[in-house]
Design a protein around this ligand. Sequence first.
Ligand code: NDP
Ligand code: 2IT
Length: 450
Amino acid sequence: MSFEEILSFVKKRNAHELEFIQAVEEVLLSVAPVLDRHAEYRNLKIFERITEPERLIYFRVNWMDDQGQVQVNRGYRVQMSSAIGPYKGGLRFHPSVTASVLKFLAFEQIFKNALTGLPMGGGKGGSDFDPKGKSDNEVMRFCQAFMSELARHIDDRTDVPAGDIGVGGREIGFLFGAYKKIKNEFSGVLTGKGIGWGGSLIRTEATGYGLIYFAENMMQTKKESLKGKTCLVSGSGNVAQYAIEKIMHFGGKVVTASDSSGFIYDEAGFTPEKLVFLIDLKDVRRGRIKEYADKYKCSFFAVNPKDDFNPLWAVPADCAFPCATQNEVNAKDAEHLVKNKVKLLGEGANMPTSPEAINILIDNGVMYAPGKASNAGGVATSGLEMTQNYMGQNWTREEVDKKLIGIMKTIHDTSLAAAKEYGKPGNYMVGANIAGFLKVAGAMQAQGLI
Ligand code: NDP
Ligand code: 2IT
């Protein structure tokens, strides 16, 4: 099939799955020169195969709320590719979850996991369950009901889920407890577990830390660093929190954070004390970000996602780190970033930047780090957690952090090298897509038509 035929084949088979098509189109555009160079991948229909989940599990989740009412949600696990290891990827609990969203995430995860250099295939799962406003007991009952079905399809050598939006330490605890009870087995079937019951040090921090290690590597290619740079961060969850910490560590100043209600603009910048407040606000009290602005006497701006741009991205800055959700930076936002001479945009979230916005950034010389490279530190550390579980060992904080720093540097260098090799020097998006694809395509070829 020609390049255009492959794209229309995927579009036709997945009509209405807009997020999935968006993710596929980006990768296909990037790897077109690889398909030209490797006729064997074309003949083996590697791209047509890799865009079809190996298995998609779709199930009903019944649970009872605190009022004794029966609630019904949808559960999913997309087992996308096992070419280079067990399916691996997070679980997302958010009302916006659909098969399309999880397929885009599982698809991206294939290449991200390949880039880490660790033996992990691609998967993703979740539910349209909304943990917001639910009691701990409701969340526990939901997690138990969800796992009562998921447990049939996963184990520590087959498929190893972890957290994502709406799934953090609390949910992983309930899910792990339910799995252990059902299977009568204590294994590393989930990552992101608590320290003391199989979890790895640094896993909580890893995505945010890894993002900023990656950005620092990018800055160094221009003989610059994050020191003294004003940074925009969106989101206030797991990824945003530890990105903020690491930016401060490198001497940068973070002036924004957000949640689904809007963003705070703190011109004086975050401090370690303010970050402790934010983490308590979002993870313990599960409150809204406006409280931060009230406490530290800074501005809060309500944001309506239906507006044609997000004023957060119009705040003057040197670097931008979207760490909330997909398509949160559109073309208009990218124009604001360019106008303000932002040097670098590093994706902490998955696919936060629309295709039009990516083009605007790259065309205007903004260094752009695609999530599948720059946010890979989380799943990489999940891979390290799996290894520790298989070995029955616990590594120190320093050991894990050192490995994370090394992995992010390797992903950075591998992406740049692939971009150069295929005639797009400096284009991290093309480089990451090609480097990830080559590894998976080679494994699929070696393993035959399965
Ligand atoms: P959390 O649930 O911890 O935090 C999510 C944050 O984003 C919250 O501030 C939330 O606001 C905000 N948010 C979520 N959905 C929306 C939306 N539709 N519109 C506006 N704001 C929204 O999730 P994580 O920090 O774990 O994940 C953030 C991103 O990073 C996701 O794209 C995820 O896929 C990606 N990622 C996560 C990794 C991980 O290890 N956790 C690894 C790699 C990528 P509110 O509190 O109002 O809901
Ligand atoms: O998007 C991601 O890489 C994650 N949510 C982390 C997945 C994992 O298995 O740690």
